[in-house]
Design a protein around this ligand. Structure first.
Ligand code: NDP
Ligand code: MG
Length: 386
């Protein structure tokens, strides 16, 4: 059996480092070809020395010399800059690209990988939120598979195995509810950055952790699900499940429901996306019913957590609306992380930008780039006037 050549975009992040743990366990199956980081040169060097990939990319050009010198004695190509990301994914030895970088930055390299006929293991949900229409169309044209890494979408994908010809009636994406589940609008006025960064069940990068606290993450996942599974907005529902054991559910047209369950551990969906259709034996801790005598479900509070409905609104608007919402959210989450705005202002300003930027239907790639830029500029201008 020839080994599977892997490129990990964003190998120094939460998903990237867990993917490396998975890859390390199966040296006869995986062949790590490419790893990349934006700023974290030290960890990238450490990973390169350990895994000996064919190529590494450090996004930040000021760190290029340092990485190059540290790897001078190794047979490893070192590249820098955003364009390099688009080129390394095209390498012949790469069979599948794990997009584990964060935000809009994932769009261009993902499109390059699809054009080079590489399968995608998609963690970077923002890519489908921004340009799901274009990305899924291009993937179909090129005969490329997109395997979900996001735990909810992996759950749906696993429930659909053997069911691909059976229509879906609806899906339920589960949400933990985050650290502020049950909070009132009044209580949310004074929550701190530290509180928002403390997710009850998952340890993740800062951006997605804030998105989870504001329910924007679930909103982005609703849009991601629409594109991955070809669903209409009314076929996608969100249910809060604080224990994060049921990772999501599919309801078929005969009323039967299938759920995928397990302890919350991202290594499992990462591994499944890389080994599909096989399941490899693991020593991950197993679920014990007696540890969870009750699995509970409740409605999300859409009035208090406005971002979820904003995502539904953007999805209904189609065109570049979700791209605009995503751009606004990236700016506002960054501002919240820098303590420049309050938690509630994230959704408040997201809504303002979504309403303000003109929506372009049936957009081209250039339209997405234009609207992303416009939304960011407007959001920054608005923040500057505070
Ligand atoms: P992290 O912030 O932990 O890691 C992001 C990675 O991308 C790092 O390697 C970082 O490099 C790199 N990176 C950051 N900005 C850029 C950029 N502009 N250009 C290129 N590379 C960049 O994020 P996560 O691992 O938490 O999340 C990655 C993606 O996966 C996100 O889209 C998230 O929504 C999704 N996801 C994550 C889950 C999780 O459990 N973490 C679960 C489901 C989905 P550096 O370290 O040098 O900054
Ligand atoms: Mg998820």
């Amino acid at each position: 059996m020839s080994k599977k050549g892997i490129a990990i975009l964003g190998s120094t992040g939460s998903i990237g480092t867990q993917a490396l743990e998975v890859i390390e366990k199966y040296p006869d199956f995986f062949d790590l070809q490419v790893i990349t980081a934006e700023k974290n040169a030290e960890l990238l060097i450490e990973q390169a020395l350990k895994f000996q990939p064919n190529a590494v990319v450090i996004g930040d050009e000021t760190k290029y010399q340092h990485v190059k010198e540290a790897l001078a004695k190794e047979p490893i190509h070192v590249y820098t800059g955003a364009e390099a990301l688009c080129q390394v994914v095209e390498m012949t030895e790469v069979h599948i690209v794990l997009t584990a970088l964060v935000g809009y930055a994932g769009l261009k390299p993902t499109l390059s990988a699809i054009d080079a006929k590489k399968d995608i293991a998609l963690a970077n949900k923002e890519t489908l939120v921004v340009a799901g229409e274009l990305v899924t169309k291009r993937a179909r044209e090129m005969g490329v598979n997109i395997y979900p890494v996001d735990s909810e979408h992996s759950a749906i994908f696993q429930c659909l195995t053997g069911e691909f010809h059976n229509p879906i009636e609806k899906i339920y994406l589960t949400a933990s509810g985050g650290p502020f589940r049950g909070f009132t609008h009044e209580q949310l006025k004074s929550v701190s950055l530290e509180q928002a960064l403390k997710h009850p069940n998952w340890s993740m990068g800062a951006k997605i952790t804030i998105d989870s606290a504001s329910l924007m993450n679930k909103g982005l996942e609703v849009i991601e699900a629409k594109w991955l599974f070809g669903l209409k907005p009314e076929q996608i529902d969100v249910i809060v499940h604080p224990q994060s054991i049921v990772h999501s559910l599919v309801q078929f047209t005969d009323g039967s429901m299938k759920a995928q369950m397990g302890l919350p551990d991202m290594k499992l969906p990462i591994q499944y996306a890389l080994t599909y259709p096989a399941r490899f034996q693991t020593d991950f801790p197993r679920f014990n019913f007696m540890d969870y005598p009750q699995l509970t479900f409740e409605q999300p509070d859409r009035k208090v957590f406005r971002n979820l409905d904003l995502a539904y609104e953007a999805m209904e608007m189609e065109g570049t609306a979700a791209c605009v919402l995503n751009a606004a959210n990236e700016i506002h989450v960054a501002a919240f992380l820098e303590r420049k705005i309050s938690f509630l202002q994230i959704a408040e300003f997201n809504e303002y930008i979504l309403k303000k930027v003109e929506n372009i239907l049936q957009p081209t790639y250039e339209h997405y780039v234009e609207k992303d830029r416009e939304a960011r500029d407007l959001a920054l201008q608005n923040l500057g006037s505070l």
